[in-house]
Design a protein around this ligand. Structure first.
Ligand code: TXA
Ligand code: MG
Length: 341
């Protein structure tokens, strides 16, 4: 059931969370599927609803940085605390920090890892919800495992409608791609998933920042299922992440002479050469001027829309992997990884 994010409905959603229920709510990145992070049974429901493998750890959401000690265990590591303090200007915002997990948080939240990812979302509805329930809320993106992430309440309804009691509608997500996941438990801070806060922004504050190279891992590879090895690889790297049902390829891989009959195209700007390279069945232009923020905010919705058109192939534009372009290309590579080239 979709409910407008009125104060009364936010209160109702907070009550559900306190009772061990599961609630979908908006953030600035994508919609999240939340449950009480301190209750293993509540967290287990998230995995069930999403069909999410239990080796795939969740992000815990807070409304106040002072509550971080409830979920992370700094073990009097002053230097780690200082690093977190340096990053506080990014909160609320699209930055998830991987820290040592506090023993009071069930290990299921982190897929058995001794670490935990935590962030404060920059969205009034999310913050009001988190403040009202005043518990740490574990929330992955509110989509079925490996499908396209939701950026509107209708997207959540489309994929999880019958499975969640309550979807708070806070309008479309402004950023449109997920948070940056930054591990602070590695010797050098390491970006495990590029996202809304750019690597360049992090380097400005921290100096040395590594970026884990994208090595998509197939879920069909038998030897990884059920082991924690994959959790350590960061599950955002699973090959079938963000995938539409329709085959999808990147612009550089497109060979128009071998196109099937119904091909759709997602362009980042009004590029006559690209758009006229074939008689496309459907055309979507995400920005007039290849503005990365505009592209990111419309990216998942445009893939979903195209996916509902019954096309034989979706061709998608590419951009330089700098700034927000890194997150955009990361999602597109993963979304197209399952398509035979
Ligand atoms: O923007 C976001 O982060 C959204 C909104 C709802 O906050 N959430 C989200 O969650 O994208 P999810 O579950 O779709 O992605 C969580 C990612 C995983 O892919 C994993 O790479 C990383 O966070 N992660 C979580 N806990 C981790 C941990 N302890 N160590 C390493 N990576 C972790
Ligand atoms: Mg996700």
């Amino acid at each position: 059931m979709i409910l407008a994010a009125t104060p009364a409905n936010i209160k109702r959603a907070a009550e559900q969370l306190c009772l061990g229920g599961v609630v979908a709510f908006p953030t600035e990145t994508v919609y999240g599927l939340g449950a009480d992070a301190t209750e293993e049974q509540a967290v287990a429901k998230i995995f069930e609803i999403k069909n999410r493998p239990r080796f795939n750890p969740l992000i815990v959401h807070l409304h106040d940085p002072n509550k971080i000690d409830q979920v992370a265990d700094f073990k009097s590591d002053a230097s780690l605390k200082r690093t977190v303090e340096k990053l506080l200007p990014f909160w609320p915002g699209p930055l998830s920090l991987v820290l040592p997990r506090h023993p009071s948080i069930p290990s299921l939240v982190s897929a058995g890892l001794s670490s935990i990812a935590v962030r404060i979302p920059a969205h009034d509805v999310a913050l009001a919800l988190l403040k009202t329930c005043d518990i740490p809320v574990a929330a992955p993106s509110a989509n079925l495992f490996s499908s396209v992430s939701p950026t509107t309440a209708a997207h959540v309804e489309e994929s999880l409608g019958g499975r969640v009691d309550l979807i708070l509608d806070g309008g479309p997500c402004s950023l449109g791609v997920e948070s940056t996941v930054l591990s602070l438990i590695d010797v050098v801070p390491t970006v495990l998933r590029p996202g809304g806060v750019t690597v360049e922004q992090l380097q400005e504050v921290l100096g040395d920042v590594r970026v884990k190279p994208t090595r998509p891992v197939s879920t069909s590879n038998g030897d990884i299922t059920g082991s924690h090895k994959v959790a350590q690889l960061s599950p955002g790297m699973l090959r079938e992440h963000y995938s539409p049902r329709t085959p999808m390829i990147l612009k550089d891989q497109a060979n128009t002479s071998r196109f099937p009959s119904r091909v759709g195209i997602i362009a980042f700007k009004n590029d006559p050469d690209f758009l006229s390279s074939h008689n496309y069945t459907s055309v979507k232009i995400l920005s007039e001027s290849a503005n990365l923020k505009e592209i990111a905010s419309k990216l998942f919705a445009s893939i979903r829309d195209m996916d509902n058109l019954g096309l034989d192939l979706i061709v998608v534009d590419t951009c330089a992997e700098v700034g927000l372009g890194r997150a955009i290309m990361d999602r597109l590579r993963k979304a197209s990884a399952g398509t035979k080239k």
